[in-house]
Design a protein around this ligand. Structure first.
Ligand SMILES: Cc1cc2nc3c(=O)[nH]c(=O)nc-3n(C[C@H](O)[C@H](O)[C@H](O)COP(=O)(O)OP(=O)(O)OC[C@H]3O[C@@H](n4cnc5c(N)ncnc54)[C@H](O)[C@@H]3O)c2cc1C
Length: 416
């Protein structure tokens, strides 16, 4: 621990990112208070697709993608939807997103994602072992399949980025796709396996088990809403919460999409937009899927989970207040019927969550340049489960004042 005698840290947000920060800080000997207005893991970390992929190093915005956006918007089954009345609010974000998707910038972003996501399994490992939940992770690879070879060729740059990060990519023809994943319809001409990727079979169970371990080891879990920050000349001294004022001299803001509002209280405007995503989890799918699969032409994921087969995807820009449109979850199910013959879709649960996205697909991680004692760990977008473990590790290193295991410059809050 650093020379500072103050050994307490408060983490705002008990999603997977805040929980990993709290666990890592606790391992270093800090007295940690973890605050959430809900039970741990009940927001975006509840229903994600469970993908854990060190090879997730391509940003969402890729060169030339903007040309596809108009087509997606008029396609009712398309992977992107923008609610008309949200469009004026989303427009500045979209313009930044497009400007970040040029090739030279994508190469820089990919290097930063490699540093953050590459060590995902290694950074989770000590936490999983301590909580005795290593069985939640399956390192069975991830399978990417395409209807045609030409479609796969359109994604060449993505695969190049993955290979450049050191990830293995094994190419497959239609016969070998059938051999390794017989439940898939024989309609995919080409694909590839990333054998070093995997998935978590119960993302909520992961968040809950780590939060429980944190409490069992003496961590303080507080259920209340953080409303504001309290400062004196030396820096932060407390938090204003729905239950009153709380002393705090070191604070980690890890409140997912809701970090945007809390940043405004700090006078910081962060371009954080919700990519609302949906899932349908088929309780009795009637087919056996061995590993996480991406039918890439449809831009969603299919993951074998402890509670059934989860189909997750779509990006909907509609803000935080609009009610979920579960037609989107239903469409995921409808399309999946064609991809997995024999899929039983009678019983399923559905869900919508807010991916906290910055225009360059990189989160904000680091110390506030203007508020001594305030640290940021939010905005992990489509890859928060992947990035949470290394984020927790590096936030702990930063607060301890120890050597950092990755450079934080690409993740600074004032980069836009
Ligand atoms: C459909 C879908 C599929 C996905 N698939 C994957 C995947 O396969 N792999 C992957 O890596 N990622 C995936 N993601 C993304 C991933 O789920 C998110 O990046 C991740 O859950 C974000 O975690 P978080 O801790 O930052 O946010 P959250 O889980 O949203 O946690 C933030 C917490 O802060 C609390 N909070 C907010 N404001 C306050 C306040 N004022 N006071 C107190 N508490 C507050 C909230 O209650 C919440 O619990 C997916 C997301 C979706 C929607």
């Amino acid at each position: 621990m650093s020379e500072s005698t103050d050994t307490s840290v408060t983490v705002i947000g008990a999603g997977i990112v805040g929980i990993c920060c709290a666990c890592y800080l606790q391992r270093s000997g800090y007295q940690v208070t973890l605050i959430d207005r809900e039970e741990p893991g009940m927001q975006t970390s509840f229903g994600n697709a469970g993908g854990i992929s060190p090879g997730s190093v391509a940003p969402i915005g890729m060169p030339g993608m903007w040309q596809q956006i108009p087509g997606w918007l008029v396609d009712d089954n398309g992977p992107l939807f923008i609610k008309a009345r949200h469009f004026p609010k989303a427009l500045p974000w979209l313009m930044r997103f497009i400007s970040q998707s040029r090739r030279s910038r994508v190469l820089e972003i990919s290097r930063a994602l490699t540093a953050l996501n590459g060590p995902t399994f290694a950074a989770y490992q000590p936490l999983l072992e301590e909580a005795d939940i290593t069985g939640l992770f399956h390192k069975t690879g991830q399978l990417f399949v395409y209807h045609t070879r030409q479609n796969m060729e359109k994604d060449t740059f993505t695969r190049e980025l993955r290979s450049a990060s050191g990830a293995s990519v094994e190419y497959l023809d239609s016969k070998s796709i059938q051999e390794i994943e017989p439940a898939l319809a024989p309609i995919f001409e080409a694909g590839y396996l990333m054998p070093d990727n995997g998935h978590c079979k119960d993302p909520l169970g992961l968040a809950q088990a780590l939060a429980q371990m944190f409490v069992d080891k003496g961590g303080r879990l507080l259920k209340t809403e953080v409303q504001d920050f309290v400062f004196q000349t030396e820096g932060i001294t407390g938090l204003l919460t729905a239950s009153g004022q709380l002393p705090a001299t070191k604070v980690v803001l890890a409140a997912g999409i809701w970090s945007r509002e809390l940043c405004l209280k700090l006078g910081l405007r962060v371009p954080l937009e919700s990519h609302r995503g949906y899932h349908a989890t088929l309780e009795e799918p009637g087919v056996s899927v061995q590993r996480m699969c991406f039918p890439v032409d449809y831009k969603f994921a299919v993951t074998p989970m402890a509670m059934g087969l989860r189909i997750a995807g779509t990006v909907e820009l509609a803000g935080l207040e609009e009610p979920p449109n579960y037609n989107r979850a239903r469409k995921l199910v409808d399309v999946s019927r064609k991809l997995f013959p024999g899929l039983c879709t009678e019983k399923y649960t559905q869900w919508m969550g807010h991916r906290p996205c910055l225009p360059d697909s990189l989160p904000v991680i680091g110390a506030s340049p203007r508020h001594p004692g305030v640290y940021f760990a939010f905005g992990h977008g489509h890859q928060g489960l992947v990035g949470a473990s290394q984020t927790g590790k590096v936030i702990d290193e930063l607060i301890r004042g120890s050597e950092l295991s990755m450079a934080l410059q690409p993740f600074r809050i004032d980069r836009f």
